[in-house]
Design a protein around this ligand. Structure first.
Ligand code: NOJ
Length: 514
């Protein structure tokens, strides 16, 4: 089932900013279709597209107003169908972004739910019994409806929470998960999934997947809910792939998700890999990988050795990697990303080291995230080939520096980040041990020390990955039977009888015999 995930390498597309084909300054689905060959040539065989449905775009489309219709600015449902077909023709797969936890306040369900008289949608959202009754531990909306009550919200104030029920009930207005309102909400969400899967999409990245059932401290109610969804998928769309934004793979995989994301917050120390004051992948060499390795392995073990925690290069919510790392440092970061278990996710533009654009006024609820959402830089043409619109009409201002990276420049430069990423994706495709399901064991991941080393394995194949992002030569004790070195970065690694030595800024992948 969804076998293609085994060797999937994802490319995340923020549709607003990828490729505009109708000159309105905003990307569109036709633009994505026109760049499928580029994505494939980079070595990615799967897409995650951020929400592209009708929305007032108060949170860049994570505030859906109609789950069944592509936002006109991106095209039509027929364009989406064509995108799925064109992707499949190239052996690629497409995940849409499902936002099941909340809608926009402009959704017709919410408008109906705001009405004083009872109707089909009264219980589709979480309302208290009167407007003065405001949920503890929850954000809420109040005073905007004729209905007497306050309404729980999930994220921004204009994103009311859909009602999937409460696991523990301690207030009269809290409904159990099997009450008619929550059941109807879930049925409707299944209809949404059915609609896009029937059209040809391959599955979903699920927004805030761990935050569905409320008062659900251990996630038990939410896990049960997703199990129901998986049962429905197994019956009707067994091939549908599900990737959760949850950050707790021990829970999400139980709920039937194939893979989970490592999130920028939470216990795993993702943020310290590429970002923050002393990222591990900086040449400064003042980072610490030990905490990451320890927590990663804990979570890996909790999933019965299945791992499947996808590590993204970044996403539309994080700073661009290039805000803290240089092009050379990012090459090492990609050697890591593309040799870890779970499917790697490359955020559009990270493959050329696009920068975070500083000092922007927030666009569509982006706030500090806006700088990571600027339009793709393709070439030396008008608006870097993103759009034919006048510059002031672009969705977000582009990086305007003279030396901004572009795809064209990086394709021309033999030693560019783009080519390194391409080399690494190709390598991953030829070695099962490097792919999603291969095992992992950290061989050297000491506190405040470099290099880091881990063994990947699948059936008979074993590959030792050694990365030294620091500028100093470093070594660690090791004895084993080294075979061919299949990948080298920088000056490469030196293997002697009892240790491996790695010059500064160097890396190697070694096949291990026996
Ligand atoms: C997570 C998404 O990645 C983010 O962009 C969005 O603002 C929130 N969920 C709310 O849907």
């Amino acid at each position: 089932m969804a076998k293609w995930l085994d060797n999937a390498i994802f490319y995340e597309i923020y549709p607003q900013s990828f490729q505009d084909t109708n000159g309105d300054g905003i990307g569109d689905l036709q633009g994505i279709i026109s760049r499928l060959d580029y994505i494939k040539e980079l070595g990615c065989n799967a897409l995650w597209i951020n929400p592209c449905f009708v929305s007032p775009f108060g949170d860049a489309g994570y505030d859906v107003a109609d789950y069944y219709t592509i936002a006109p600015r991106y095209g039509t449902n027929a364009d989406a169908e064509r995108l799925f077909k064109e992707a499949h023709k190239r052996g690629m797969h497409v995940l849409l972004d499902l936002v099941p936890g909340h809608t926009s306040v402009e959704h017709k369900w919410f408008k109906e739910s705001m009405k004083a008289e009872k109707n089909e949608f009264t219980d589709r959202y979480i309302w208290t019994n009167n407007v003065w009754d405001t949920p503890e531990n929850m954000a809420y909306l109040r005073g905007i409806a004729e209905r007497d009550g306050s309404c729980a919200v999930n994220f921004f104030s204009m994103q009311p929470s859909l009602n999937y029920g409460f696991y523990k009930i301690d207030k009269p207005w809290q409904q159990p998960v099997d009450a008619p309102g929550p059941v109807a909400t879930l049925e409707e969400m299944k209809n949404v999934m059915r609609f896009w899967l029937t059209m040809g999409c391959d599955g979903f990245r699920v927004d805030m997947a761990g935050y569905m059932v409320k008062n659900d401290e251990d996630g038990k109610g939410t896990i049960e809910l997703w199990k129901k969804v998986r049962r429905f998928l197994d019956e009707e769309f067994p091939e549908a792939a599900m990737v959760s934004e949850w950050g707790e793979p021990d829970k999400s995989l139980l709920g039937g998700f194939h893979m989970d994301f490592l999130l920028p917050f939470g216990p795993i120390h993702y943020a310290e890999l590429f970002r923050g004051k002393n990222p591990y992948f900086s040449r400064k060499g003042q980072g610490d990988i030990s905490q990451f390795a320890e927590n990663y392995m804990k979570s890996y073990e909790k999933t019965g050795g299945k791992g499947l925690i996808c590590i993204p290069s970044g996403n539309h919510d994080t700073d661009r990697m290039a805000r803290t790392l240089s092009q050379e440092e990012m090459k090492m970061a990609f050697a890591f990303l593309l040799s870890m278990p779970g499917a790697p996710f490359i955020y559009y533009g990270d493959e050329i080291g696009m920068r975070y654009v500083e000092n922007l006024v927030s666009v569509e609820g982006g706030f500090n995230r806006t700088g990571s959402r600027s339009p793709m830089q393709w070439d030396g043409g008008v608006n870097a080939g993103f759009s034919a619109a006048p510059k002031h009409k672009l969705y977000i201002r582009q990086d305007e520096s003279a030396d901004r990276p572009t795809v064209q420049k990086q394709m021309e430069e033999k030693d560019s980040l783009y080519h390194e990423v391409q080399k690494l994706t190709a390598l991953r495709q030829t070695h099962k041990a490097l792919q999603s399901n291969g095992g992992i064991a950290f061989v050297y991941a000491k506190e405040n020390a470099y290099p880091m080393a881990y063994m990947r394995d699948f059936e008979e194949e074993k590959i030792l990955v050694v990365l030294n992002p620091s500028e100093r030569e470093e070594s660690f004790e090791w004895s084993g039977k080294a075979g061919t070195i299949i990948y080298t970065q920088g000056d490469g690694i030196k293997i002697s009888e009892d240790k491996i030595t790695v010059p500064g800024g160097s890396a190697g992948f070694i096949e291990i015999c026996g």
